[in-house]
Design a protein around this ligand. Structure first.
Ligand code: HAM
Length: 435
């Protein structure tokens, strides 16, 4: 048997799932996607779909050549050389902020609007060690605000949006962590202080962190290695190095969050795993027992230098992405009932079958979810199946019903059976299912 590749999975209709694992039920993904689209509509965001693969260089420059994502986790290959020149180095996207910034530049969006508000829903790829809540193909719902202004109210608008989606999905026990990583002026001072603090203790650091000490010391702060933790804890906080502008921005973000009634925890060690951030960074973690160790449900922040790094004009940016797989893991069981048929049409006899085919077509055209059982069965067997599928009604068409044009409609939820004229049965169903 050929199975899915390591740490990837199928998302399935609940009724066709063998192991009953609700974290892979497709209707739960669809529910979060549809409520997210509605939140985006309210906040004036429009959808963008960028390609699943991009030139590898986009991520090296955008996300940062020294990040774990770029050094260890990207799926990159050299395309075959063809009519359009040398084979290029291509990458399955590990995230979508750099692609959206690329699209912003490529389509010169700054000429069209002062602020571009874009959202995306789709798969991302990282070669990570798989575990519960961490996959090599996973799904993100994300949003990016790009344009002229870096007003802190825009940061809070993004946080509000992600918190709105998460709470609408029924999630509780969430914690919002915020921090600032400074800007191009303050960061070198902080980096110099990290270097100074660690210079004499290099041999105590993990191999990765020792390498980062040379290339990108800020990344040491998100090391997960046990041996690095005491050294990281002893580093001075970034707040000691902020300039007035960064401090004001961070204070304003906290003030606006407070005004929005969104509680947050300031976490001085939060730096995030991507290099493009400036000023505000944030993460939302879940303390729900179903989530497990991979409890970061969403993350994001401000990235005022990214568009310029990628060759565009000076542009401010703020965005976030939530991990859809993890949101579904954290979602309460009863939040997303699966779609069920409104009516299951049962035919008893050959003549009734012909009629059932056209009846079920009428129902579907009228917007009713209708299923026809093509296999001949006893009434008892057919009703058992209708119940198993969770249908609200069963319409029973037998020889007698065809003659009288009075149809037997059984309300499976209430256990009642009615006799309704053929011309009225659909109205009866739409009236009941609408309430
Ligand atoms: P990120 O923190 O790398 O940020 O990913 C965002 C979210 O995606 C995480 O909080 C997590 O829920 C989910 N996620 C990441 N990796 C995996 C995985 N292997 N399996 C399952 N879920 C995962 C970004 O990607 C940034 N582009 C966010 C952003 C947008 N910043 C500004 N704009």
């Amino acid at each position: 048997m050929i199975r899915t590749a390591s740490h990837t999975r199928d998302l399935l209709p609940a009724a066709l799932s063998n192991d009953g694992d609700a974290s892979a039920f497709i209707h739960r993904f669809q529910l979060v996607e549809s409520l997210a689209r509605d939140w985006f509509r309210r906040y004036g965001f429009q959808e963008i779909r960028t390609p699943i693969f991009e030139r590898a260089e986009l991520f090296a420059r955008g996300v940062g050549a020294e990040t774990d994502i770029v050094t260890k986790e990207m799926y990159t290959w050299r395309d075959r050389a063809g009519d359009d020149g040398e084979g290029e180095s291509l990458t399955l996207r590990p995230e979508s902020t750099a692609p959206v910034a690329r699209a912003y530049i490529q389509h010169q969006m700054w000429k069209r609007a002062e602020t571009a508000r874009l959202y995306y829903i789709g798969p991302q790829f990282r070669r990570e060690r798989g575990q519960r809540g961490r996959y090599r193909q996973f799904f993100q719902i994300g949003a990016e605000t790009l344009g002229a202004s870096d007003h802190p109210a825009l940061d809070v608008e993004g946080v509000e949006l992600v918190m709105g989606i998460l709470s609408d999905a029924g999630l509780r026990d969430l914690e919002l962590r915020v921090n600032t990583v400074g800007d191009a002026e303050t960061r070198p001072r902080f980096v110099a202080a990290i270097r100074q603090a660690l210079a004499d203790r290099l041999e105590e650091l993990s191999d990765d962190s020792r390498r980062r000490f040379e290339t990108n010391p800020l990344r040491i702060l998100d090391s997960k290695a046990e041996q690095d933790q005491p050294l990281i804890a002893a580093l001075p906080p970034i707040y000691d190095f902020l300039n007035d502008e960064c401090r004001r921005h961070f204070d304003a973000v906290q003030r606006y969050l407070d005004a929005a009634g969104i509680p947050c925890v300031v976490d001085a060690r939060l730096v995030r795993g991507l290099d493009y951030y400036t000023k505000t960074v944030f993460e939302v973690v879940s303390h729900a027992p179903s989530v497990g160790a991979q409890n970061a449900l969403a993350g994001g922040g401000r990235y005022d230098g990214l568009v310029e790094t990628l060759g565009g004009p000076p542009t401010k940016g703020f965005g976030f992405a939530l991990g859809l797989d993890r949101v579904v893991l954290a979602m309460p069981e009863d939040r997303a009932p699966e779609e069920r048929p409104d009516v299951f049409v049962i035919h008893l006899g050959e003549a009734a079958f012909e009629r059932a085919v056209s009846v079920v077509r009428d129902a579907r055209r009228a917007g009713v979810a209708a299923l026809l059982d093509v296999t001949p069965r006893s009434l008892k067997g057919a009703l058992r199946l209708a119940n198993k599928l969770g249908a609200r009604f069963a319409l029973i068409l037998g020889e007698a019903e065809l003659v009288t044009e009075q149809w037997a409609l059984r309300d499976l939820a209430r256990g009642e059976q009615l006799s309704v004229p053929a011309g009225e049965w659909l109205r009866h169903i739409t009236r009941t299912t609408a309430t």
